[in-house]
Unconditional design. Structure first.
Length: 179
């Protein structure tokens, strides 16, 4: 059972300060629950995080962290957004049967900086499901173009892609245009 949790502050410039063991350092690894703890419960290996989604300006505000991320993560490529590193690290933290879902900008599907993350996902066949919200604004008060990204550590035989062009309908039925 994964017990590592990463959370972000409301101030995106200092989100890394909230991590008790920074997620990029050696001490932040899967921590198995103690023997017999929850032994009667089915194993549901889940990792979750509240990710920052602002454009990467870390080099100016925290050059040390920027250098660590660049040296440690394949997805930290070009002028990347920080969420790509969270996705890569999330995959690393999952056990072999683990899965996760993030809501994140869908820009990495088309942007140059997203190619490294696309390669990681493709190489491991991790992609299970995408719900693409297109131009619809999911979060009030902020311009955002997001998708739900579902990944599996052990890989997936197929991927389901859903385009949710009508947000209210999708919220009610969880149905959209299948591709």
């Amino acid at each position: 059972m994964v017990t590592t949790q990463v959370t972000a502050k409301s101030d995106p410039d200092s989100f890394l300060d909230d991590v008790s063991v920074p997620f990029w350092e050696e001490g932040a690894q899967n921590q198995e629950s103690s023997q017999n703890e929850l032994s009667n419960w089915p194993a549901i290996p889940i990792n979750y995080a509240n990710m920052p989604s602002r454009h990467q300006e870390l080099k100016k505000s925290d050059p040390r962290t920027a250098d660590i991320l660049k040296a440690t993560y394949e997805s930290a490529s070009g002028n990347y957004d920080l969420y790509v590193v969270f996705v890569e690290r999330g995959l690393q933290l999952l056990n072999q049967r683990g899965q996760f879902a993030f809501i994140l900008p869908h820009k990495f599907f088309n942007a140059k900086y997203g190619e490294a993350l696309q390669e990681i996902i493709s190489r491991g066949k991790h992609l299970r499901h995408v719900v693409h919200f297109g131009h619809q604004q999911i979060f009030d008060g902020a311009t955002n173009y997001v998708c739900l990204l579902f990944l599996a550590k052990c890989g997936a035989n197929k991927c389901r892609f859903v385009r949710a062009d009508n947000l209210q309908q999708w919220l009610t039925t969880f149905r959209g245009t299948e591709a």
